[in-house]
Design a protein around this ligand. Structure first.
Ligand SMILES: Nc1ncnc2c1ncn2[C@@H]1O[C@H](COP(=O)(O)OP(=O)(O)OP(=O)(O)O)[C@@H](O)[C@H]1O
Ligand SMILES: [Mg+2]
Length: 266
């Protein structure tokens, strides 16, 4: 299968207000096939969000090449990428259905098609009965489902998720992992999923990329050894899950250790 996205030798630096150069990503390359889910793990500050912002088209100041296999210029009914961020990104003055529809404002879709998509994705995230409700009347998990529906309604080539469940309590988080898996099984979206949670990465991905401490580059890329459609809870019950978890923790811990040593060095 030819990849739907190829990122080659991505490098990213920032210039601080004081004029110092911060090298965030030193060299990062990967390919993504259509319908594939890639989880990215790595210590804080290694460039995960920077990478997602670049893929989202929110930051054009980088070096390297990002090649998209699909030319979207003929299809103005979907976005190249849509992002779900960590915090609550619902707009409090809009109802749930308005919050979902706003994501499609840049697309060439007539009102009836937009309406249909809102209904489709309201159903998919299980919020049909909450269409007219405002975000303050929803739980954190429900608000995050609104943000996910807003991204999905743009039918993006690439769905970018930056720690989308990090603000939720542990139980809601587990339930939402199962929900995200179910949603993916129905949409077969191509996903880049950033998380600090090794279990979550193993539960929800086909491949895992572990990044080094800043400036970030690939430390390891590995396949998750499960049937792609296997649900998170089922994955967790397998012995291979614990083995992979230990291996990935080892890799991440090495890099977190590196980062702490550098930060505390005189
Ligand atoms: N606008 C900016 N100006 C200067 N430096 C920045 C800016 N944005 C990010 N950085 C720096 O770039 C590095 C990478 O940041 P980034 O947010 O991509 O990390 P991250 O891997 O997402 O971290 P976390 O896991 O904490 O979310 C960090 O050292 C950060 O301080
Ligand atoms: Mg981040």
């Amino acid at each position: 299968m030819s990849p739907s996205l190829r990122m080659s030798h991505l490098r990213k630096s920032y210039l601080t207000k004081e004029g110092a150069v911060v090298r965030a990503i030193s060299d990062l390359s990967f390919e993504l096939n259509a319908g594939e889910r890639l989880a990215i793990l790595g210590p804080s500050g290694c460039g995960k969000t920077s990478c997602l912002r670049i893929l989202a088209g929110l930051d054009e100041h980088y070096s390297g090449v990002i090649h998209w296999a699909t030319n979207l210029s003929q299809d103005a009914s979907r976005l190249r990428s849509a992002t779900v961020f960590q915090g609550d990104s619902t707009l409090p003055w809009m109802s749930v259905e308005q919050n979902i529809a706003i994501g499609m404002s840049g697309l060439t879709l007539d009102a009836a098609s937009k309406r249909k998509r809102v209904e489709k994705y309201l159903d998919l995230v299980g919020l049909r009965d909450f269409a007219r409700v405002f975000p303050h009347e929803l739980s954190g998990g429900m608000r995050q489902r609104v943000a996910i529906a807003r991204a999905l309604a743009t039918e993006p080539l690439l769905l970018l998720m930056d720690e989308p469940l990090a603000a939720l309590d542990a139980q809601t988080r587990l339930v939402m992992q199962t929900e995200l898996h179910r949603i993916w099984a129905q949409t077969r979206s191509t996903v880049v999923y950033v998380t600090h949670d090794v279990d979550e990465a193993l539960s929800l991905s086909d491949r895992l990329l572990v990044m080094t401490a800043r400036p970030g580059r690939e430390k390891a890329m590995m396949g998750a050894s499960f049937d792609r459609v296997m649900e998170p809870l089922e994955r967790r019950s397998l012995p291979i899950f614990a083995q992979m978890q230990a291996k990935i923790w080892g890799l991440v811990a090495e890099e977190v250790g590196q980062k702490l040593t550098r930060e505390t060095a005189p």
